[in-house]
Design a protein. Structure first.
Length: 500
């Protein structure tokens, strides 16, 4: 029997406070609370009228909430929708794991005959573990195949953000833009030429370390309760330069941890861009070594310098300059060296169309529709994007995130048509996020990342070129403005009027 519900894309981790997907969707025990995020697909060949989905805690994570989802409005045939569970990963150990979902529901065929079913769907997830050595000021990320250690020698940065949380003033730390750092890779015996999780390049692990270091610093400071949520030490990087980068307005989106976290996501993605998708420095260094049969690297070291552009706009084809030196000691006693100085263009470029009503009545739904087009003209659809819209009420009194989905449910008119929709009734938003004054000018901005589309059957070095979690649109542009405010990206404005 064909399973009625399946998982096609690898489930991914989302950090709850910022709402951003972790690099390549890989879970990390250093961030204790994460959202297990899964796109489920209706594979039944019929429209599903109702559906429930649940999962259980394991030895690696504890489900916090919710334990079960109900889709009372069903799911169209072939459509995909997002489910998320908040979970505690502090006890997780590095490795590949299997996420198992249990589901049940009802479909109706063309003859209006009801079909009741239940079952299980599963998919692999990747878990890494990152920790900080306060003596050596080195971050180390452990994966099953080995460990990558990074010492950040210098970073550019944006100014810290000072906010009032209702009781006291809290200062969120500077956003770090890693500029110079050194990496040391130590592989487990027998895994010297393998990739982490047999999937991404080692550069993704470097990206993970930079992201976890930045997120950890924000979570420790935000609202004064970060120590209970972060299992990693360290606060940014060594010897920061003056404030060269812009700072997001702390209350521009109504939730300071969101803009700070998203700016950090954009900053750290430059590591991914600079080290190239086709082959990263480790792969190129190994190719240059021209290894003989049986010869493997015993130790590999890379020194990196990143030259940032004047600005980085998520989804734009900006260029990152990079200088790196790869050195390795081989099992034969040989040593190898490769120096590279190059400029790399962001391959994760898209063009966007955003659409929303210019004016609505208070009793009408407020929404936005977004479509992303790749340079080759193809359109992102269904489970290929993760994102949300940030709705800010008149006078910036409240701000909240609403998922962008292409699932044909609710305000999303058609499933899998490439138009991702976020929105709802203002009355419902008042009940969930109020009180606030609904009449006046609302603003809507979007954030989205691509979802890793590698097939589990792909050879590792092919799968490695498929990377998820890269920002494709963001509420603002990261730019060198010597500490002044970041330039806002496209802002959609909707006027809400009284209905009488």
């Amino acid at each position: 029997m064909t399973p009625p519900v399946i998982i096609i894309k690898r489930p991914f981790s989302v950090e709850p406070l910022s709402g951003a997907m972790l690099p390549d969707g890989i879970f990390n025990s250093a961030i204790r609370e994460q959202l297990i995020s899964v796109y489920i697909v209706n594979n039944s060949g019929m429209d599903i009228e109702s559906l429930w989905v649940r999962t259980k805690s394991t030895s690696d994570y504890t489900i916090i909430a919710p334990h079960q989802f109900f889709f009372r409005r069903g799911l169209k045939r072939g459509a995909a929708t997002l489910v998320q569970w908040l979970a505690d990963f502090s006890a997780a150990s590095p490795g590949k794991r299997t996420l198992v979902l249990e589901f049940g529901g009802q479909s109706r065929d063309q003859e209006e005959k009801a079909h009741y079913w239940d079952g299980f769907a599963s998919a692999r997830i990747f878990i890494a573990s990152t920790h900080f050595n306060v003596v050596t000021r080195t971050y180390t990320c452990d994966v099953p195949e080995g460990s990558l250690s990074i010492r950040f020698e210098n970073s550019e940065q944006s100014p810290p953000i000072s906010i009032f949380n209702g009781d006291t003033h809290v200062q969120l730390p500077s956003t770090q833009f890693p500029q110079r750092f050194s990496c040391a890779l130590s592989c487990q015996p027998g895994f010297e030429l393998t990739l982490p999780f047999e999937d991404p390049w080692w550069k993704v692990v470097a990206w993970i370390i930079a992201a976890v270091a930045g997120i950890g610093a924000f979570l420790e400071a935000a609202k004064g309760h970060g120590a209970a949520k972060v299992g990693i030490g360290g606060h940014g990087h060594d010897n920061p330069a003056d404030y060269e980068w812009c700072v997001p307005e702390p209350l521009a989106l109504g939730m300071p941890s969101t803009p700070a976290g998203l700016l950090s996501t954009i900053a750290n993605a430059a590591i991914l861009v600079g080290m190239s998708d086709a082959a990263d420095p480790w792969e190129r260094g190994r190719q240059n070594a021209n290894l003989s049969t049986g010869e493997v690297p015993i130790s590999e070291h890379i020194d990196v310098e990143i030259i940032y552009p004047h600005e980085m706009c998520a989804g734009a084809a900006f260029e990152v300059g990079i200088n790196w030196r790869y050195t390795s000691s081989l099992s034969s006693g040989r040593t190898t060296l490769l120096d590279v100085n190059e400029t790399v263009r962001n391959e994760h470029a898209v063009s966007w169309t955003l659409d929303a009503p210019k004016q609505i009545l208070q009793n009408e739904p407020i929404f936005i529709k977004a479509r992303a087009i790749r340079p080759d003209g193809s359109i992102f659809r269904s489970d290929e994007l993760y994102g949300f819209a940030i709705f800010t009420t008149p006078g910036s009194a409240r701000s909240f995130r609403v998922p962008l989905l292409d699932d044909g449910i609710g305000l999303d008119t058609y499933e899998s048509d490439g138009w991702f929709t976020a929105g709802g009734l203002i009355e419902e938003f008042l009940g969930k996020y109020g009180p606030f004054e609904p009449v006046g000018e609302w603003t809507i901005q979007c954030f989205a990342q691509d979802v890793n589309d590698a097939d589990a059957k792909m050879p590792p070095k092919i799968a490695a070129t498929h990377i998820g979690g890269v920002p494709l649109i963001a509420p603002f542009i990261a730019s060198r403005t010597n500490g002044s405010s970041c330039t806002a990206a496209e802002i959609i404005k909707v006027i809400v009027k009284k209905f009488f």
